[in-house]
Design a binder for this molecule. Structure first.
Ligand code: XIL
Length: 468
């Protein structure tokens, strides 16, 4: 059901996946999700314990798994000062005569080797993770209990972020680039949320090539923050403020500790079922907030089964049971609530006819079976099992396509840049030049229909001169 609602709403639903996880959890992912994030595999210390000896085993496997199973994949993360860096990185920067030059040199190497290797195969890079101080004001300038000083910032100032994004964009132009941040209270009037907005505003002003922002939303300790309250408005208002900067936004690391829910919300003596229901409400709110914000393109939970959650080893007071699937992989009430929340995106629209919005980034060339454009446009066609392949350029979906329509576009100026539609037909044979033989350049655009709706239009490259 969750997967189905992800497809209908156009909101990607992902889970963090660790390389150590056994096969049955890969099956969980296939059964319930449409996206995945690497939990640890892409972190610097997981890949390059010794400088220059990069181990691509886990990342190769994960990217291949995503590709084979049509998951959107988010590679997490290129630069995170707080944790999981090999010690040589910081040592070299700090012992160099010019810290900034050394930092940029190391960033350069990591981006060209890692991003360069997976270029075109990773959908989203979490380029920079948690740049701001965990508790709000400014930057981590000293080492603390919760991790290292921001030695990237200390070496190069905010420019390290600009540099990381620019270089990643240049290396993998098709991927979407995100900055990911932890906020204990994502709300317009919250201190750290304001610092994040201010940082994003500066990045946009400097034309840093950033596409979106990930809000982690780990829920532990106290979960009485606005997004965990009874209304999803605080969170969606904050997301909308991010969207106003021209950015996409996603919930990237959602988990909600059950002991924290019990502490903050449960009546004394409430049953386990009641506790799980309270947890489910909070999950539902997060999903609604995303669904109500058109710039929100995805929700990812930080793990598959309860027993695998990082909270169990990082935060005292467990087991936290913070995820959507219980220890055996069965869906919990939180699962149902999250799935229901997604459909708020199509609120007020009749289910059998109209669903969905276009997922982003659009995976049309990645073999992913995504359909729709907006809630208003989506339809549920009746035909079945026609797999349409125009050519490798135009269409790569593996999902059965039931119907298609196409139009020919003609160049008006013998160039491939300016087209007007000359013909439109449904279920007709393709590439019949017929009476249009005098055309100089032609391209064909196709829109396919499957059981979830219709796709974005996909066009072939121009062909011409088109003569038979
Ligand atoms: C956590 C992983 O889940 C753990 O397995 C690992 O030991 C430590 O990191 N914010 C982040 C994630 O951005 O990368 C963290 O993941 C959780 C907090």
């Amino acid at each position: 059901m969750l997967k189905d609602h992800s497809l209908r709403s156009g909101i990607w639903v992902g889970a963090a996946m660790d390389s150590s996880q056994p096969q049955d959890q890969q099956q969980d992912l296939k059964s319930h999700f449409t996206a995945l994030t690497s939990e640890n595999a892409f972190k610097w210390s997981s890949m390059e314990t010794f400088q220059g000896q990069i181990d691509f085993t886990q990342t190769d496997q994960m990217v291949q798994f995503a590709q084979d199973n049509n998951f959107r994949i988010r590679a997490h993360t290129l630069f995170w000062h707080r944790m999981q860096n090999p010690s040589w990185v910081r040592d070299q920067i700090e012992s160099a005569a010019d810290h900034k030059t050394k930092l940029l040199e190391l960033m350069d190497a990591r981006i060209s080797q890692v991003v360069g290797r997976y270029k075109g195969r990773v959908d989203i890079w979490d380029v920079v993770n948690e740049p701001l101080r965990i508790d709000g004001k400014g930057w981590d300038i000293k080492d603390g209990l919760l991790g290292s000083a921001n030695f990237f910032y200390l070496a190069a100032g905010e420019q390290y972020i600009d540099y990381a994004f620019a270089k990643t964009r240049a290396t993998d132009p098709r991927a979407k680039l995100f900055l990911n941040e932890y906020l204990s209270r994502p709300a317009l009037n919250d201190f750290k949320s304001q610092s994040l907005l201010a940082l994003l505003t500066r990045l946009k002003k400097r034309k840093v090539p950033i596409d979106g922002v990930g809000l982690q939303l780990h829920g532990f300790g106290s979960v009485k923050s606005p997004f965990f309250s009874n209304s999803s408005k605080e969170l969606s208002d904050y997301m909308k403020a991010i969207a106003k900067l021209g950015l996409h936004v996603e919930i990237t690391e959602l988990d909600i500790s059950l002991p924290a829910v019990i502490k903050d919300f449960a009546a004394p003596g409430a049953s386990d079922q009641q506790h799980l229901k309270l947890q489910a409400n909070l999950y539902g709110n997060a999903a609604k907030a995303c669904a109500q914000t058109s710039a929100c393109s995805g929700i990812t939970v930080w793990g598959l089964r309860d027993k695998d959650s990082w909270l169990n080893s990082f935060v005292p007071g467990g087991p936290h049971r913070p995820l959507l699937l219980d220890d055996n992989g069965s869906p919990k009430p939180a699962y149902t609530a999250l799935a229901a929340g997604l459909l708020q995106r199509c609120h007020g629209i009749t289910l059998n006819a109209k669903l969905c919005s276009e997922p982003w980034p659009n995976p049309q060339n990645a073999g992913v079976p995504y359909p729709a454009r907006t809630c208003n446009e989506c339809v549920k066609p009746a035909l079945k099992n026609n797999i349409l392949k125009i050519n490798s350029l135009a269409w790569k979906w593996q999902r059965p396509i039931q119907r298609y329509s196409y139009q020919w576009m003609q160049s008006t100026m013998s160039s491939n840049s300016s087209y007007v539609a000359i013909h439109y037909a449904t279920n007709s044979a393709l590439f019949k030049p017929s009476h249009r033989q005098h055309l100089r350049w032609v391209k064909v655009c196709v829109r396919a229909y499957n059981d979830y709706g219709w796709s974005a239009q996909v066009c072939s490259s121009p062909r011409g001169p088109f003569r038979s």
